[in-house]
Design a protein around this ligand. Structure first.
Ligand SMILES: Cc1ncc(COP(=O)(O)O)c(C=O)c1O
Length: 481
């Protein structure tokens, strides 16, 4: 017989002794984060990082004390990770985490609810549903709206477009999940702008429609969908006997932060009988600000909306949601199973597996609710508005300089620019040198074929002085001419 008591401390128990063990371990974990600061990342090379990590035996025969393991992680990993709270960490839509979310992560992991079925997450299911109702109301949907948490914007977009495809099939009497794609699917098209996230293409591929089923609509100089081009594309599809099953608008494009004209797109979607999915992964947080919310006019006309909490809601990965205007739309997705979602549950016991492409799933809604309740509407909106203002300031500062040039007007939180007289190779060198030295994690992209650098402002603690400093550093890196 094994001595099971020897294993007790491996597990989280919620009695006094168990919680004391967890508290001690948590303190050690926090200590491992205490590494010498200095810029957005250390200057270690990939080879040095590899050597540090590979020196750790993943599973030694006899376990190592937790304090040692955490110290090793601190030295090999946390000391050399990127620091999203550093003002020079401006490459991506990569937020610093807020404290209430991080500590709630500890409780999420400790209690380990699984969101697929009510009998694995009774109160947690109610929390997720409550958060979805909140989002639905903020979006401006009716009370019929609801949603589900997903692992990210990509997953939310795939889920939204999966529903769109099932809906298109259901309109011709086909249960696509059961019988697969009907012959008509060869004519189905999804329309999205040339700045839409690549997950739209990925969704089309996964849905069996193929990437070629995505019709790309030209954007204007700000990166927003051009409605004239959308109209022309719809007319072209009609003339060719093709069916637009979904229009996918973006509220906050990845590089330029552009918000498509949602109201006009919604009107087109309605007139051609297409599903409207809005990828609001970036600007969806604007529903929290009375000042910024008008930029999303038309969002409430969508059939499905992607919200990404691990962007401008400052949540640690992963946290996203797909919100639908009518909860019944999830019926298109439901697959019954003998052990999980049997359909004969007692009144009120909702199994969220019926809405999700996942089965077992984390209780990420808890950290979002804990964060929103702790921060409150006023501070949340003010932090967002500050970032948008900071971005405008950066754009104005670039406009006022001769050595840098804006690639597009400022919108949301990203500022894309290049340097007159310098080519893509020069810009690449600037970005790569700053990254290698650990001086700045700077964005680099290409807009309509034009190579560019990018600041993405995700850190509400950054100031105008920080922006001035970032510009000085970048401009100072351009090779002398
Ligand atoms: C507009 C947009 N949609 C979707 C995504 C994908 O989000 P995630 O990385 O959470 O999957 C991104 C990522 O940056 C994005 O910018």
């Amino acid at each position: 017989m094994s001595d099971v008591t020897a294993w007790r401390d491996f597990f989280v128990a919620t009695d006094a002794a168990g919680l004391a063990t967890l508290a001690r371990a948590t303190e050690l974990a926090i200590g491992s984060l205490d590494q010498p600061a200095g810029g957005p990342r250390s200057n270690r090379t990939p080879a040095q990082l590899r050597a540090g990590v590979r020196s750790l035996d993943v599973c030694p025969l006899e376990g190592v004390a937790l304090d040692t393991v955490l110290d090793e992680l601190g030295a090999a990993v946390w000391a050399h990770g990127v620091r999203p709270l550093d003002v020079a960490c401006v490459a991506h839509l990569h937020p610093p985490s807020v404290v209430p979310a991080v500590v709630t992560e500890l409780t999420i992991a400790s209690s380990n609810q699984s969101m697929d079925s009510w009998d694995q997450a009774p109160a947690a299911t109610e929390v997720e549903l409550h958060l979805m109702d909140f989002l639905g109301a903020r979006i401006g949907f009716s009370k019929r709206a609801s949603g589900v948490m997903t692992s990210g914007g990509t997953a939310s977009n795939v889920l939204g477009l999966t529903l769109a495809r099932s809906w298109a099939a259901s309109k011709i009497g086909v249960d696509v999940l059961k019988t697969g794609l009907p012959d008509e699917a060869r004519t189905w098209r999804i329309l999205a702008s040339d700045q839409a996230h690549f997950s739209v293409q990925r969704a089309a591929a996964q849905l069996g429609l193929g990437r070629d089923a995505v019709v790309t609509i030209a954007t204007d100089s700000s990166g927003a969908m051009n409605i004239g081009a959308l109209d022309a594309a719809l007319e072209g599809l009609d003339a060719d006997g093709l069916s637009p099953i979904a229009l996918c608008a973006t509220a906050g494009t990845t590089d330029l932060g552009a918000i498509d004209p949602l109201e006009a797109i919604a009107q087109r979607a309605r007139s051609v009988g297409a599903w409207l999915h809005v990828d609001a992964a970036v600007a969806g947080a604007f529903i929290m600000s009375e000042i910024l919310r008008p930029r999303l006019r038309g969002l409430s006309l969508a059939d499905s909306v992607t919200i990404d909490f691990h962007k401008l809601w400052w949540q640690p990965f992963n946290a996203s949601a797909l919100v639908v205007s009518d909860v019944e739309r999830f019926d298109l997705l439901r697959v019954r199973s003998n052990y999980l979602d049997r359909g004969d549950e007692l009144e009120g016991m909702v199994n969220l597996v019926g809405r999700s492409l996942d089965t077992s799933r984390r209780f990420d809604a808890a950290k979002v609710v804990a964060s929103l309740r702790t921060i409150g509407q006023r501070a949340f909106a003010a932090m967002l508005e500050h970032l948008v203002e900071l971005n405008v300031y950066a754009a104005q500062s670039i406009d006022a300089r001769n050595d840098l040039e804006l690639v597009a007007p400022a919108s949301t939180v990203s500022c894309v620019f290049d340097a007159p007289g310098y080519d893509a190779d020069d810009l690449r060198r600037v970005q790569q040198e700053l990254l290698a030295e650990g001086a700045m994690v700077l964005g680099r992209t290409e807009i309509h074929g034009r190579a560019a650098l990018k600041f993405t402002f995700m850190n509400p603690l950054a100031t105008r002085d920080d922006v001035d400093q970032l510009l000085t550093v970048v401009a100072g890196r351009l090779p002398a001419r």
